[in-house]
Ligand binder design. Structure first.
Ligand code: ADP
Length: 233
């Protein structure tokens, strides 16, 4: 079933830079997709259009049948509630514990603590951090902090998890562990994952679908792709 549909999409920034040009692609529910390409090839722009940080200049981006470019600003929060987003830099709140960081988003949408607790525990279990719930971010390793971010992103059972260079600040061993966490989420929870990355090792090892962007244009789209499929990457 088509879940994400990008149709003849263009993004031209205000300064005239064309970041995405005539991009069309579909992603099915439950897929795990890497978006790769040289720096400046449009990966982040594509990702930002998925969570409506940016709108297409022309064409459409739809998620679950909703044209996200057409959402009014005051309804964007409804889209964001259905998505989980993980960034390269952890963006955890330093004065809150692991538990509180994960619970925070659920408190913001008005859930009661009784409803919040089992969800937070389940999310922390999923990422293998249940025994650290009282720790503060500065007491955790980089990999553990990223696990907290992933727990925070999945705590509300999103259908789509968007990751922008989630291993960008991590060493190879830790990156491998984080990828295992993401693969488990994809397999066990059926969450669709779209991940922008530069990490060649990861892409080659995971053998997932690989979408290659080059100057905003779709260069390649391979099932079980490799990083080095294209000379331009
Ligand atoms: P990547 O994530 O692959 O590095 P980006 O999507 O960040 O690529 O950038 C694609 C192109 O759009 C680049 O030329 C970049 O300089 C430009 N760009 C990105 N964000 C903006 C912005 N907010 N305003 C103007 N140009 C931008």
């Amino acid at each position: 079933m088509k879940f994400i549909e990008v149709n003849n999409c263009y993004k031209v920034y205000k300064n005239g830079v064309s970041a995405i040009a005539d991009l069309s692609l579909n992603i099915n529910k439950g897929e795990f997709v890497f978006v790769i390409g040289a720096s400046g090839s449009g990966k982040s722009t594509l990702i930002k259009m998925l969570y409506r940080e940016e709108k297409p200049t022309k064409g459409t981006v739809s998620i679950g049948g909703v044209n996200v470019g057409k959402l009014r600003n005051r309804t964007v929060f409804k889209l964001r509630r259905k998505l989980g987003i993980v960034f390269q830099d952890f963006k955890l709140l330093p004065k809150l514990t692991v538990y509180e960081n994960v619970a925070f988003a659920l408190e913001c949408i008005g859930l009661k603590s009784k409803e919040i607790r089992p969800k937070v525990i389940k999310a922390l279990e999923q990422v293998g951090l249940k025994d650290k719930l009282r720790s503060f971010p500065n007491e955790l390793s980089g990999g553990e902090q990223q696990r907290v971010c992933i727990a925070r992103a999945i705590v509300n059972d999103p259908k789509l998890l968007i990751c922008d260079e989630p291993t960008g600040n991590l060493d190879p061993k830790t990156s491998k562990e984080i990828m295992q966490v993401l693969e488990d989420i994809n397999k066990e929870l059926g969450t669709t994952i779209v991940m922008a990355t530069h990490d060649k090792e990861i892409v080659n090892r995971m053998k997932k679908r690989v979408i290659v962007l080059d100057s905003g244009v779709l260069l390649e789209d391979h099932e079980k792709g490799r990083y080095k499929a294209s000379e331009t990457v």
